[in-house]
Design a protein around this ligand. Structure first.
Ligand code: NAP
Ligand code: SF4
Length: 679
């Protein structure tokens, strides 16, 4: 990341005249489904959410998707923009964004066969494997009605005060389903030939333009790569881009992959800007501006994309959850202060995919702007915070921002706690950005950082703090297995910190998030998540000139395994059920390819020189191995809290020190931040 003394970002900060509107810079907040509309006070919440991003200086906001017809809703609770729904939420959002000096366009999204509603529609019969509802096939007149629905949605968006719309034509939703031979075997004018398959998007853009006139921004989001079998070829995609321009679009945004693609597109294991070539291919076909998207979370990466001619604008969705002031910090030459989206998906997509509302791990205020309004402290306090992991860092930063004087202790030589182990796992290097953000902010706020020595109760007592916060985290659980003290047994902390190198045959006891992380650490290649060419090769993505359908080719055969790894769990159920919905499948797929074996329903009998003795279904086995890694969860580390209590010093627990079960950084940061605004 560029430091403050480096040159500014001339391409990112250049204004752009799009005709109907002039953008102050080239940074766009991409559309993202948040489900904020399902909370109480939806209009107020959404207005506050988007207005915060507008104040943060983003050039243009694209709203979450609204369906032009109830059949196209993502799920029964999400929004529809048609004549049966009032526009008050939209009016509130537009007014708030405009008052904050921003611009906002509404995304119109017909979910097609991905709509989780009975009566969802698709160009042809065939249920998506990710939807339990089978679609029905509209007749030709009904398809023309869908064109009309989009035009009406655009007109209503204009009436509500939006500056434009984005028509969602990617990610495997309805329009994308019409363009692709995978899901379109229609014989009428909306199928059959390429001409027929491209008719729906062209007609929608034409009809919308006619309805809203020239002074309303019209963005079309194209599927720049389908990444599914029988998807569009590169030549068909560029032809579609030309037709969309000819039909009246002002700008083309680019999406990558369908939701059912077997290729990861936005997880942290995808290298930054890995899909630049797909945007470049679209740009080569048109003269209107093109937006690059997906895994762009850093201003240097974004600037390089624009400077290199890949695109004219960059879209960032999750990075604007992580930091609403991203654009302002770029503009003010403070990029090192950006709270970087680490692409974990834990508080955003994983929640959306499980029918909850989105927020952000590194910014719990996202989507909760109304709940995080801190009163200025009446009395400035001296606060001692023990533990510089996610909870301690979040508390210390928020408290210092509010004016308190904070001293932060950690026994380790560096801040970050468990994040320092996470960042060592292949595909999780982005966690180091969260640590970098805190390092910068702690320094700026003059937080007194005392590292490398455990804080003890008597020392804290001598300091006579007004408040003591105990964020001492967790200690790994040691299961009660005969022979647990055998020299082959190590903790996950030994492995992930590099203190111990595992042997060639490894057993992992425990298959939660950390067991999977350890398996990935022991078998994965950290370079794949950093090198786009290696990533595309591994996942079977063809180059831009290949001409294959869906831009796919056979995935690379896995390299010979460095070691044999077997994961064990006691529960009989399938492994990995607790992993995040948006990333668990990637990890499982990678480990399968790496030959990692799984044993479920295991009862651990003993550990000795022969290896791990266990029983499954009453049958005794021995797993010979050099190393046994214990990943059996954690217990709260409350030793300091107990010592403080013994001295009569009240202290508050946050993070894993408070609740270790289901500990994760999302809950820890949220809890610590909420506490810090009340103290
Ligand atoms: P965890 O998810 O609670 O998993 C602990 C594992 O240990 C389970 O597989 C459990 O399975 C086993 N176990 C529990 N008690 C045991 C005992 N006494 N003896 C033997 N096995 C035992 O904990 P974690 O893996 O340490 O993860 C901690 C937290 O970090 C979790 O909240 C997790 O979600 C989060 N995390 C998330 C990710 C991610 O991918 N998003 C990555 C890393 C960590 P059985 O009881 O069936 O044996
Ligand atoms: Fe990014 Fe993770 Fe926040 Fe989602 S939860 S916006 S992926 S940092």
């Amino acid at each position: 990341m560029t430091n403050a003394s480096a040159p500014a970002y001339p391409h990112l900060l250049a204004s752009l005249d799009l005709g109907p509107v002039t953008l102050p810079n080239r940074m766009i907040m991409g559309a993202m489904h948040t489900r904020l509309e399902t909370l109480d006070r939806p209009a107020e919440r959404m207005a506050a959410f988007y207005a915060a991003r507008a104040r943060g200086g983003i050039g243009l906001i694209l709203s979450g998707g609204y369906a032009p017809h109830p059949d196209g809703r993502m799920d029964p609770e999400t929004g529809v923009i048609d004549s049966g729904h009032d526009l008050s939420v939209h009016r509130a959002v537009c007014q708030a964004v405009h008052e904050a000096g921003g611009l906002i366009a509404l995304q119109v999204l017909h979910a097609g066969r991905y709509a989780k509603v009975p009566g969802c529609v698709s160009p042809s019969a065939g249920q998506a494997r990710i939807n339990r509802y089978a679609p029905r096939v509209p007749d030709t007149q009904e398809v023309w009605d869908i064109v009309a629905d989009h035009a009406r949605a655009a007109e209503l968006a204009q009436e509500a005060g939006y500056d434009g719309i984005e028509i969602m034509g990617s990610e495997g939703y309805l329009i994308n389903e019409f363009t692709s031979p995978r899901t379109n075997d229609r014989a009428d004018e909306f199928g059959g030939s390429l001409e027929g398959r491209l008719r729906l998007p062209a007609e929608i853009v034409r009809r919308v333009r006619r309805r809203v006139g020239p002074a309303f921004l019209l963005i079309y989001r194209i599927s720049a790569m389908d990444l599914v079998e029988d998807g569009l070829t590169g030549a068909e995609i560029t032809e579609l881009a030309r037709r969309v321009q000819a039909a009246g679009a002002d700008v083309i945004n680019t999406g990558v992959g369908w939701h059912e693609s077997a290729v990861p597109t936005i997880a942290a294991s995808v290298p930054r800007a890995a899909w630049a070539f797909a945007a470049r291919r679209v740009k080569s076909a048109v003269t209107i501006p093109v937006i690059a998207s997906n895994r762009i979370n850093d201003p240097d990466v974004a600037e390089a994309l624009l400077a290199g001619g890949t695109a004219d604008l960059v879209s960032m969705a999750r990075p604007l959850l992580a930091d609403p002031d991203f654009a302002r910090k770029v503009r003010d030459g403070r990029p090192e202060e950006i709270s970087t989206c680490i692409a974990c998906n834990q508080a955003c997509l994983d929640r959306i995919f499980t029918d909850r509302t989105a927020s952000c791990m590194v910014n719990p205020r996202a989507g909760r702007e109304l709940d995080f309004i801190a009163a200025l402290p009446v009395v400035r306090k001296r606060i001692g915070v023990v533990g510089a992991g996610p909870a301690g860092l979040a508390f210390a930063l928020t408290a210092a921002e509010r004016g308190h004087t904070v001293t932060l202790y950690d026994a380790a030589e560096e801040i970050g706690g468990q994040w320092n182990m996470a960042k060592a796992v292949p595909g999780k290097a982005e966690f180091s950005q969260a640590i970098r953000y805190y390092e910068v902010r702690l320094r700026q706020l003059s937080i007194d950082l005392r590292l490398g020595k455990p804080a003890d109760a008597s020392q804290l007592a001598a300091e006579n703090y007004d408040e003591v916060i105990v964020a001492t985290g967790v200690t790994p659980r040691t299961p009660d297995i005969p022979g647990i003290g055998h020299p082959s047994v190590v903790s996950y902390t030994d492995i992930l910190t590099g203190r111990v190198t595992a042997g060639r045959k490894v057993a992992i006891i425990g298959a939660g998030g950390i067991g999977f992380d350890v398996a990935e650490y022991l078998t994965g290649d950290p370079r794949t998540a950093l090198d786009p060419a290696a990533f595309l090769h591994e996942w079977g993505v063809a180059g831009p000139g290949s001409g294959t359908r869906g831009d796919l080719r056979a995935p690379a055969p896995p390299p010979p395994a460095a070691r044999g790894v077997t994961m064990f769990q006691r529960r009989p159920e399938r492994m990995g059920r607790t992993l995040g919905k948006s990333t668990g499948w990637i990890l499982r797929s990678r480990l399968r390819k790496a030959g990692v074996e799984e044993v479920t329903g295991a009862c651990y009998d003993a550990i000795d020189d022969q290896g791990l003795h266990y029983t499954v279904n009453g049958q005794a086995h021995v797993h010979p191995c050099d190393t046994i890694v214990i990943c059996a969860g954690q217990e709260s580390d409350r030793a300091l809290h107990d010592d403080l209590s013994a001295l009569g010093i009240p202290a508050r627990l946050v993070g894993g020190a408070d609740v270790a079960a289901e500990l994760d950084a999302v809950a820890a940061i949220d809890q610590a931040t909420r506490l810090a605004i009340t103290i």
